[in-house]
Design a protein around this ligand. Structure first.
Ligand code: ZN
Length: 307
């Protein structure tokens, strides 16, 4: 019997779910059910990303407290699991789960050799929670959101991603970390070969309105939401105490499979594996990437209303 740990991404809760979320949840559910029928030992996990700056901005726009706003939308995501009859075994909420914050803090410390501070200036899309280089923009606008990014200048913590190009390339090209379909694997390899720049992993607490997990030893900064969110794949497995679930599902010799949309491929196939290498943990065994549901040629999203 093979163990299979299967995860969906954890969406921002800046709005209620839409059918695009159902697509990923159902895909993951099909895989989980198939593996159970085959006789495998399966853990299927989903959840919500509560700590995003996007949630803070959406709550402000709605005139509601951040906590109340986040709780309300997270409940809608949780309810979706019931409506779709998903066979989910665990659902993690990054602002609520008592396992999450200590896990993220521990992960941060485990990566300490690769973390350093510097002043950064760049173009930031709050929709993506990501910095862009001018060359990555389309007519000066975010390729995902078609909005103009903000010019941001701040002192941040950085992760030494540049160190991991060789090990990542090796893991992906040998299939130790499978990326499916092949076109997405080639996209990741091309991204690595173009040169990996260190990435920012914290934000000033003031800009995040105090929302999020403070950087251990530097409370003026909160941990970048992506660093925080990606950790959910191990924090939900009692990583902070290296408990039984962590040893069984992450350190064991079974499959560790992430399902995700193409827009977050880089985070799951480059940043997250590099963070795991830095912290001395095993990599996922597979990353399955889906496209988007579209309407009228545009991605269905929480921010782009469909008429
Ligand atoms: Zn964007």
């Amino acid at each position: 019997m093979t163990a299979a740990y299967i995860t969906t991404t954890i969406p921002y809760v800046n709005a209620r779910p839409h059918i695009g979320h159902a697509l990923e949840l159902v895909q993951a559910d099909v895989l989980a059910r198939y593996r159970r029928v085959r006789g495998d030992d399966v853990r299927f996990q989903s959840g919500t990303d509560d700590n995003s700056l996007k949630n803070v901005l959406a709550a402000e726009a709605a005139g509601v407290g951040v906590r109340e706003f986040v709780d309300r939308n997270a409940r809608a995501f949780l309810a979706l699991g019931g409506a779709l009859s998903l066979s989910v075994d665990d659902f993690i909420r990054t602002s609520h789960d008592p396992r999450h914050r200590p896990g993220v803090e521990r992960f941060w410390r485990a990566c300490a050799d690769d973390l350093y501070q510097k002043r950064y200036e760049g173009l930031y899309c709050t929709g993506c929670e990501q910095f862009y280089t001018p060359a990555e923009l389309r007519d000066g606008r975010c390729p995902e959101h078609d909005t103009e990014p903000q010019q941001v200048s701040e002192e941040n913590w950085f992760f030494r991603l540049s160190r991991y190009a060789g090990p990542l390339r090796e893991a992906i090209s040998t299939g130790r970390l499978r990326i499916e379909p092949a076109g997405r694997r080639n996209e990741v390899l091309a991204f690595i070969d173009a040169g990996l720049a260190d990435f920012s992993v914290s934000r000033p607490a003031t800009r995040a309105d105090g929302w999020g997990i403070p950087v251990p030893g530097d409370p003026g900064q909160v941990i970048y939401v992506w660093f925080d969110a990606l950790c959910n794949y191990v924090t939900a497995l009692d990583y902070p105490d290296e408990g039984e679930a962590f040893r069984r599902w992450w350190l064991g010799d079974g499959d560790r499979i992430h399902l995700l949309g193409k827009g977050v491929l880089r985070f799951h196939a480059v940043y997250w594996p590099a963070m795991l290498l830095s912290s001395g943990l095993p990599l996922p065994t597979a990353v399955f990437v889906h496209d988007y549901l579209t309407a009228g040629g545009r991605k269905i999203s929480k921010s782009a209303a469909v008429r």
